[in-house]
Write a protein of this length. Structure first.
Length: 216
C-alpha cells in the first residue's frame, strides 16, 4: 500500500479550494456590477480575503517553512501604490475612506517582488478596515535609505503597543466582537519583509500605524 504524503494532499486541497474561491470572487464581482448593494459588497470582500489567505498558506507551505524566495524586479513604487489602492477600494467598507499619501513621485523604480509586497499591504489594509472608525491612509516614502510603505487608521490601535485607546474601538467590538485573527497574516508579512532584507513595525499614533521598510 502506498504511503500517503499528508503535506502534499493538504497542499493540493488548499490549491483546489483557492481556485474555487477565485472563481467565486469573479462571479461575485460580475454580479455586483449588475446588482450593486451593501450585502453583495460584503460577500465580495469576504471571498477576496479568503482567497488571499489561501494563497498565503500555499506560499508558506511551499517554501517548507524555512526560506522564502522573492522574484525581485524593477517596480515603480508610485504605480504599485496606485494598484494596491485601487484593489483595496473594491473592498472598502461603508463609512470608511481610503486616502493615499504618495511621496515617491520622483522614485523611478525599486527592486521588489510586486506580488508579495502587494499581499503584505493588502493584509495591512484588511486589518485597518476592520478597526478604523472612518479613515485609512496608504502611504509610501523614502526613509533611512529604503522604501517605507505605511498603512494608518484612526481606530483604537494595536492592543500590545503603547498608546492603545480601547474607547476608540468600533461599537460592535465593545459589544463583544473582538475579530481576533489567527496570526497568519502577521507571520506572512514578517516572512515577506525578511525575504526582502527589510522589516515591519507596528505602533500607535491616534490609531494603528503599520510600516513595511524595504532596503534598496
Amino acid at each position: 500500500m502506498t504511503a500517503i504524503d499528508t503535506a502534499t494532499v493538504l497542499a493540493t486541497a488548499v490549491h483546489e479550494v483557492k481556485n474555487m474561491m477565485g472563481e467565486l470572487s469573479l462571479n461575485l464581482d460580475e454580479y455586483h456590477r449588475r446588482h450593486p448593494d451593501a450585502e453583495m459588497a460584503r460577500m465580495r470582500t469576504l471571498s477576496r480575503k479568503l482567497q488571499d489567505r489561501l494563497i498565503q498558506i500555499l506560499i508558506l507551505q511551499n517554501e517548507g517553512g524555512n526560506h522564502l524566495s522573492v522574484n525581485a524586479e524593477a517596480i515603480n513604487p508610485e504605480e504599485l501604490l496606485d494598484e494596491v489602492a485601487a484593489d483595496a477600494r473594491l473592498m472598502l467598507p461603508e463609512g470608511i475612506s481610503l486616502e493615499s499619501d504618495n511621496r515617491v513621485g520622483d522614485v523611478p523604480f525599486w527592486f521588489i517582488d510586486r506580488y508579495l509586497v502587494s499581499q503584505v499591504l493588502m493584509n495591512a489594509l484588511h486589518n485597518a478596515f476592520k478597526f478604523a472608525n472612518s479613515r485609512v491612509v496608504l502611504g509610501c516614502r523614502e526613509e533611512a535609505g529604503g522604501l517605507l510603505f505605511t498603512v494608518r487608521d484612526d481606530g483604537a490601535g494595536y492592543p500590545d503597543q503603547p498608546g492603545f485607546r480601547p474607547e476608540a474601538l468600533p461599537q460592535e467590538m465593545k459589544d463583544g466582537d473582538s475579530r481576533k485573527g489567527t496570526g497568519l497574516g502577521l507571520r506572512f508579512n514578517e516572512r515577506i519583509a525578511t525575504a526582502h532584507g527589510g522589516k515591519i513595525s507596528r505602533s500607535n499614533n491616534a490609531g494603528a500605524c503599520f510600516a513595511l521598510w524595504l532596503p534598496r
